[in-house]
Design a protein around this ligand. Structure first.
Ligand SMILES: Cc1cc2nc3c(=O)[nH]c(=O)nc-3n(C[C@H](O)[C@H](O)[C@H](O)COP(=O)(O)OP(=O)(O)OC[C@H]3O[C@@H](n4cnc5c(N)ncnc54)[C@H](O)[C@@H]3O)c2cc1C
Length: 553
C-alpha cells in the first residue's frame, strides 16, 4: 500500500534539511516525506501526484519565499489536495500573516521557527494534525478505474472484459458519482470522450478498444513459437481442461480466446454441482484456478484474440486471427462453446448494453440496486442469474414461455427461487417490446394464452435463452449438425458427405471431427451435455486422442 505524503517546502536549504531530518525521524514509517526548495517544482509535482492517486496528509510550508509566499502556496495546494492539513513555518515577524491565513486558506496551524526541540515544539502539533487527518481519511482506490455512462454499450463491453479477465477495477458512473467528474477534470477529459480507463500509474486510455486495454494490461495476444503441438480455440471449461492436460503431458500448447478465460462458466455466480466443491464455487474462482494451473504447465494464453479461420496444409494446421496474425499447429481442439441467442426484436436491440444484457448478471447486478429487473429464459443459467440479481434488485421477474420451470431448471435452483421473496416466475409470458429513451425503462409483456399485454417498469432485462454454437466462422469441411454444432466420432458416419471428406484408413477417434487432427470438446460439440463437468471431461479426453493422432503423424 502507498504511504500518504507529508510535503514540506522551504527555500532555505539549511532549514529544509533540518525539517526533512526531523520529519523523517518521526514519521517515515507511516508517511512518505517529500521536500523541495522550489515553489515551481512543488506546484508542478502536485497534479502529477494527484493523477497517480497519491494522497497528501500534510503541507508544511515556509512563509517567506522569493517567488510566492507560503500562504499563496498553501492556497494553490489546497485546490489539488483539499483534505490535506496545512501548516505554516513562520519567523516571529510573520505571525500576523499566519493569523490572517487561518481564514484565507483555512490554515490549521502555524509553527514559529526555530522549533527546537522538535519533541516539544514540532511533533505534538503535527501528531495532532495527522491524527485528525487520519480520522477523516478513506484510502482512495489504487487500482484501475473505469469511468463511463452506466447505460453505454461501450462501458458494458469494457466492464465485461475486465471482469472476465479477472482484473480488479473500480467502476465510476459519471451520472451518479462525483468522483467520476473529479477524475475527468483532473485528467482534462470531456464527457464526450467517455468511457475512459485510468490505470494505477495515472495513464489514461480514452475510448479504448478491448485490444488496447489487453495490451496495456500485459495480456499476451501474439504467439511466441513457430509451431505448436496443440492449439486450443476457446478457453471455457473444455478449453481450460484441454490446456491443463496438454501442458502437463508435455505438448507445446497454446490456448486462444477472443474475450477472456472461463467462457460461460466464468460468468456464473455460483456453480453448485461441480464435483469436489460442496459449497459451490463462483465461475471467476474456477477460472482463476484453471488458468493459473494451465500457465504453470507452460501453456501460452492468447487473449483477446479471435480465431477467424483454419486451413489444413499437409500435417500442419494454420489458424488465422482477426488481427492478421497466425498460429501453426499440428493438432487443434475446438472448444468455442455457445452464445446466447439474441432476442429477435428491434425495439429491444437498441438497448443492448443499455439495459438489455445477454448473460452478464454478475457484471451488472450492482447497477440495478433497488430497481426491478426481468429475466428471459428458464434454464439453470437464468436461475443462477435470478438468484444473483435478487441480492441487489428490488424485484426479479423470470419470464418463461412454459407454464413453470420444472422441465428446464435443476430442482435445487427451483427450490432456492421459491424461497426468495423478491423473485417471481411469470409462466406463459413473452417479452414483446422494450420502451425507454436512452436506456431501457419499461417492457411490454404478453400473456401467451390470453394475448393480453401489459407494460411494466423494468430497469434491466437479462437474456439467457437458447444456445447458438460459435461455429459460423469455420469454413473448412467440418461437418456440423443442422443447428451448427460440430459432429464428431462415430456420429459422423450418419452424415451423407462424411465419405467425401474422410480419407483415412481408420475411423475418426471419439471427439475427432471429420478433419483428422481437429477435435471438438464441450458445448460446441453436437450431443454435448452442457455442463461444466462434462466440458472439462471432454477437454481432458480430447488430449488423449490428440496424443494418438500425433503418434501416427
Ligand atoms: C450463467 C451460467 C451459469 C451456468 N451454471 C452452470 C452450473 O452451475 N453447472 C454446470 O454444470 N453448468 C453450468 N453452466 C453451463 C456451463 O457453463 C457450460 O456448459 C460450459 O461453460 C461449457 O464450456 P465450454 O468450454 O464448452 O464452452 P464455453 O464456456 O462456452 O466457452 C467457450 C469459449 O470460447 C471462446 N470463443 C468462441 N469463439 C471463439 C473464437 N472464434 N476465437 C477464440 N475464442 C472463441 C469464447 O469467448 C468462450 O470463452 C452455466 C452457464 C451459464 C451461462
Amino acid at each position: 500500500m502507498r504511504l500518504p505524503i507529508i510535503f514540506s517546502i522551504d527555500d532555505d536549504p539549511q532549514v529544509l534539511q533540518a525539517i526533512q531530518h526531523d520529519l523523517r525521524q518521526q514519521y517515515r514509517k507511516k508517511y512518505r516525506i517529500l521536500c523541495t526548495s522550489s515553489v515551481q517544482e512543488a506546484l508542478d509535482s502536485l497534479p502529477e501526484l494527484k493523477k497517480k492517486g497519491e494522497e497528501v496528509a500534510l503541507f508544511l510550508s515556509d512563509q517567506r519565499m522569493p517567488t510566492m509566499n507560503g500562504v499563496e502556496f498553501l492556497a494553490q495546494a489546497r485546490k489539488i489536495f483539499p483534505n490535506a492539513k496545512r501548516a505554516l513555518l513562520t519567523a516571529y515577524s510573520d505571525i500576523d500573516a499566519a493569523i490572517r491565513a487561518i481564514n484565507e486558506v483555512q490554515l490549521d496551524y502555524y509553527i514559529a521557527k526555530p522549533w527546537d526541540p522538535p519533541e516539544e515544539k514540532l511533533y505534538p502539533v503535527l501528531d495532532d494534525l495527522l491524527s485528525d487527518w487520519q480520522s477523516d481519511y478513506r484510502p482512495a482506490y489504487e487500482g484501475l478505474k473505469l469511468v463511463g455512462y452506466q447505460f453505454s454499450p461501450r462501458s458494458h463491453e469494457l466492464k465485461d472484459f475486465l471482469a472476465g479477465n479477472l482484473f480488479p477495477y473500480q467502476w465510476l458512473d459519471i451520472e451518479d458519482d462525483p468522483q467520476a467528474q473529479a477524475l475527468l477534470d483532473l485528467h482534462g477529459v470531456e464527457r464526450k470522450d467517455l468511457p475512459i480507463i485510468v490505470l494505477g500509474d495515472g495513464t489514461v486510455l480514452t475510448q479504448p478498444t478491448i485490444g488496447d486495454v489487453g495490451e496495456k494490461l500485459g495480456l499476451q495476444p501474439k504467439a511466441t513459437q513457430d509451431l505448436y503441438d496443440l492449439a486450443i480455440i476457446g478457453a471455457g471449461p473444455a478449453g481450460l481442461a484441454a490446456a491443463v492436460y496438454g501442458g502437463s503431458e508435455g505438448l507445446r500448447t497454446v490456448l486462444i480466446d477472443k474475450r477472456a478465460p472461463g467462457g460461460q462458466a466464468g460468468t456464473s455466480s455460483r456453480i453448485e454441482n461441480y464435483l469436489g466443491f460442496p459449497n459451490g464455487l463462483s465461475g471467476a474462482d474456477l477460472t482463476r484456478r484453471a488458468i493459473t494451473q494451465a500457465q504453470r504447465f507452460g501453456v501460452e494464453f492468447l487473449a483477446p484474440q479471435e480465431v477467424i479461420s483454419i486451413k489444413s496444409r499437409g500435417q500442419y494446421k494454420h489458424i488465422s486471427m482477426a488481427d492478421g496474425s497466425e498460429v501453426v499447429t499440428r493438432a487443434i481442439v475446438l472448444s468455442t462453446g455457445v452464445a446466447y441467442h439474441k432476442l429477435e426484436n428491434e425495439s429491444l436491440d437498441k438497448y443492448t448494453g443499455a439495459g438489455v444484457y445477454y448473460g452478464a448478471a454478475t457484471t451488472e447486478a450492482y447497477a440495478f440496486k433497488g430497481r426491478p429487473v426481468y429475466i428471459v429464459g428458464g434454464g439453470n443459467s437464468a436461475g443462477q442469474g435470478a438468484m444473483y440479481l435478487s441480492r441487489t434488485a428490488s424485484e426479479v421477474c423470470i419470464c418463461v414461455r412454459r407454464s413453470d420451470l420444472s422441465s428446464t431448471m435443476s430442482q435445487y435452483l427451483i427450490d432456492q427461487i421459491a424461497k426468495t421473496p423478491n423473485i417471481k416466475v411469470l409462466g406463459c409470458t413473452e417479452v414483446v417490446e422494450g420502451l425507454g429513451h436512452e436506456q431501457l425503462e419499461c417492457l411490454v409483456l404478453e400473456d401467451m394464452n390470453s394475448k393480453e399485454r401489459r407494460t411494466v417498469k423494468a430497469a434491466g432485462l437479462f437474456v439467457f435463452i437458447g444456445t447458438k454454437p460459435y461455429t459460423d466462422w469455420i469454413e473448412m469441411d467440418i461437418i456440423k449438425d443442422p443447428k451448427g454444432f460440430i459432429a464428431t466420432g462415430r456420429d459422423l458416419a450418419k452424415y451423407a458427405d462424411f465419405k467425401q471428406v474422410w480419407k483415412h484408413d481408420r475411423e475418426p477417434f471419439s471427439l475427432e471431427t471429420c478433419s483428422a487432427g481437429i477435435f471438438a470438446a464441450g458445448d460446441v460439440r453436437a450431443g454435448a451435455m452442457n455442463r461444466v463437468a462434462s466440458a472439462v471431461g471432454e477437454g481432458a479426453m480430447a488430449v488423449s486422442f490428440v496424443h494418438k493422432y500425433l503418434a501416427e503423424n
